[in-house]
Design a protein around this ligand. Sequence first.
Ligand code: NAP
Length: 311
Amino acid sequence: MEPNKHHQLVIIGGGPAGFAAALYGARADLKPVIFSGMLLYGQASQTDLIENYPGFPEGIQGVELGRLFEQQASRFGAQIEYDQVLSLDFQDRPFTIQTYSGNISADSVILAMGADPKKLHIPGEAEFTGRGVSYCGTCDGFFTRDKDIHIIGGGDTALEEALFLTRFARSVTVIHRRDALRAGAILEKRARSHPKIHFLWNTIVDEIRGEEKVSALQIHDVKTGEARKIPTGAVFIFIGHSPNVSLLGGQITLDDLGYVKIDAKMETNIPGVFAAGEIADPHYRQVITSAGMGAAAAISATHYLENLERL
Ligand code: NAP
């Protein structure tokens, strides 16, 4: 990347929203630059098999779908930078974007930095991350071979990952704080009928314990109050996500849940700054909805830039 170069459209984030925006921006001849950040292809890359993205009746590996998104965007002229944005300045126009490789400027920006897994913030969680505590089954499933492992959470992600981890683990116990799952009916049915999957209901994990690696969980039953220690081979935490808004430095208005607030044109409180995907979506959080939001943001950015030229 050439430092100090000016661009019409800069997209931050290389998940489905970012690459769909890059594709639409490239086809509108805006020659967009997309910063992929640390996690190329976003959270989709950490999903083993994506079965609900239309056009792939047999499902497609998350990484493979990401590669196809990237190929398609670059075919039409999107410039992909495997670099990270360090800060954003929306006070003056054009906007300034500071990256590891230098500063660039842009007339419009699409924020597509996604969301990260939420943490439990209990003793042992940070200490044992990477040593038996994980937030990604696809990344760490292999290390659970023949172990009895635990999953915390009762949503779609928890059950999808529980099903995936049965490929390696001897048993997978889902620990949920209530007695009814949040996950959808299909995943619930699959998980409940899987011989390797068990459930611990109304249960909270208070502490993750071990020495070199995780070896036990300190839990309690919310109904009876009974506390006990149970052995575990690994623990996977899937309790939702938090949007990646720290880069915005308070310049962009957020909604009550802390997600970027956008209007019907995907525009933020700053004209010319748009947002797409999970950074602005606490509800749907699907590859297809993120990609759709990315396309919509790029179309709006195109209109915005056309109006700028006329001024
Ligand atoms: P989610 O739906 O927000 O579920 C989070 C789960 O974690 C809930 O069961 C919640 O319990 C539990 N939880 C939250 N905070 C907790 C805490 N501090 N301690 C213990 N448990 C806690 O998150 P998600 O499963 O990541 O799904 C997010 C979105 O993506 C959803 O809209 C989902 O439908 C979608 N998604 C869809 C698919 C698919 O269609 N195949 C796959 C993955 C995700 P409570 O239920 O008690 O609140």
